[in-house]
Ligand binder design. Structure first.
Ligand SMILES: CC(C)(COP(=O)(O)OP(=O)(O)OC[C@H]1O[C@@H](n2cnc3c(N)ncnc32)[C@H](O)[C@@H]1OP(=O)(O)O)[C@@H](O)C(=O)NCCC(=O)NCCS
Length: 358
């Protein structure tokens, strides 16, 4: 017997704002500054090599007792203030992070509670260095789709907790921090179409060395007195097996050749030209990648380019909002101007969009 629907009810379709925009931005950088000299006490390297190859001079690392939620909370305060909204007006919270230490529960519900917005929809997304730009796309769709009025988006990472300080290929790159924005309804378009995607064929080019199931299996075996070989994961114990490994040159090539066309598509889909931009805010992965993208995009020389990596390192999901916060605070980019932002990283994943700065 085949069933047929009742066909009596008509459901209401959600109705949202006509447009969405970023209404506030805030950042938090931990106090502790890690210099290249300090990095060189862990690995065989030099200040000059690190500067030349990555553009990084210093990075910030969180205290051991400073959590992803602590940093997110510190960044959210100024973002809410600039947006001019109170905690009761937050309609949803999205945290983009890969370093919240709990697979579950997510960081976002606790963050919402701490901010005085207990009860709102709150969830984390895992899209590494593209996480913030992924979350901006989601938040924009939520505001326009009627799922929430104001969405708090936080890119936050404690990458020091997954850095192998003995690995010459990654020890100097990563930093900790949080960048937050509020996405709100708008009369004018404030967030352009997102150009995004993934390449799972390159899944292993940036990855946690081993999955937690395998780490636990080997750890228990060690505990039971067995000799365990970690070398297949370029690790020597459970701790180092949980850190990030990166095929630096493959990632570098992918970013340099693959991401400029994505950024160009975001400009085209926004219906503007590069000359209309007031700022270029790419993921702060490596200064050489930033320079190569500027060149490939043929950006006019007068357009300010985010170079926050020099003092902040690569903070993955936090890098684009932190760089945005710095450019506005230091008067490098005008409030209300148009910015091209792009995030890319582990997955591999990427996302780019043109936004109007708050
Ligand atoms: C990591 C990265 C800076 C390394 O630079 P690279 O030029 O590719 O370095 P290589 O691994 O090819 O090594 C080049 C040389 O430097 C040496 N080297 C590697 N790491 C070093 C270090 N930390 N200090 C000093 N020398 C180092 C190597 O031994 C090698 O020496 P050799 O030529 O005598 O053999 C670069 O690959 C990169 O930035 N990749 C992208 C990283 C990134 O953006 N990740 C985040 C994406 S979200």
């Amino acid at each position: 017997m085949s069933l047929s629907p009742k066909g009596t009810g008509t459901i209401t379709s959600p109705a949202g704002a006509r447009h969405a925009r970023i209404s506030g931005v805030g950042g938090y950088r931990p106090e502790r500054v890690i210099t290249n000299e300090e990095v060189c006490t862990w690995i065989d390297s030099s200040d000059q090599w690190i500067r030349e190859r990555s553009g990084i001079v210093t990075r910030r690392w969180a205290r051991e007792d400073e959590s992803v939620v602590d940093m997110a909370e510190a960044a959210a305060g100024p973002a809410l203030q600039m947006a001019g909204i109170s905690p009761e007006q937050i309609g949803a919270v999205i945290c983009a992070t890969v370093t919240h230490p709990f697979s579950t529960p997510a960081a976002a519900p606790l963050l919402a509670t701490r901010l005085g917005a207990n009860g709102v929809p709150a969830f984390d997304i895992s899209a590494a260095c593209a996480g913030y730009c992924y979350a901006i796309s989601l938040a924009s769709d939520m505001v326009r789709g009627g799922s929430a009025e104001h969405v708090l988006v936080v890119g936050v990472e404690k990458l020091s907790s997954v850095t192998d300080t003995s690995d010459r290929g990654t020890a100097f790159i990563f930093g900790d921090g949080a960048g937050a924005t509020v996405v709100s309804p708008s009369d004018e378009p404030g967030i352009g179409p997102t150009v995004w995607g993934s390449d799972g064929e390159k899944w292993s080019t940036i990855q946690q060395r081993l999955g937690w199931d395998e780490i636990l299996r080997r750890w228990e075996a060690e505990d039971a007195g067995q000799t365990v070989d970690w070398s297949d994961a370029q690790a020597h114990d459970a701790r180092s097996a949980s850190t990030l490994a990166m095929a630096g040159q493959s990632v570098f090539r992918w970013a340099v050749w693959g991401m400029a066309p994505v950024a160009q598509q975001a400009i085209d889909k926004a219906g503007i030209t590069a000359a209309d931009l007031d700022a270029f805010i790419p993921h702060q992965a490596n200064m050489r990648i930033v320079d190569a993208m500027v060149k490939q995009l043929g950006l006019p020389e007068d357009i300010p380019v985010a170079r926050d990596i020099a003092e902040t390192g690569n903070t993955s999901a936090a890098s684009v909002p932190l760089a945005t916060e710095r450019m506005l605070r230091e008067g490098e980019a005008p409030r209300g101007g148009l910015a091209l932002q792009i995030g890319f990283g582990a997955g591999l994943v990427y996302a780019a969009q043109v936004v109007r700065l708050p």
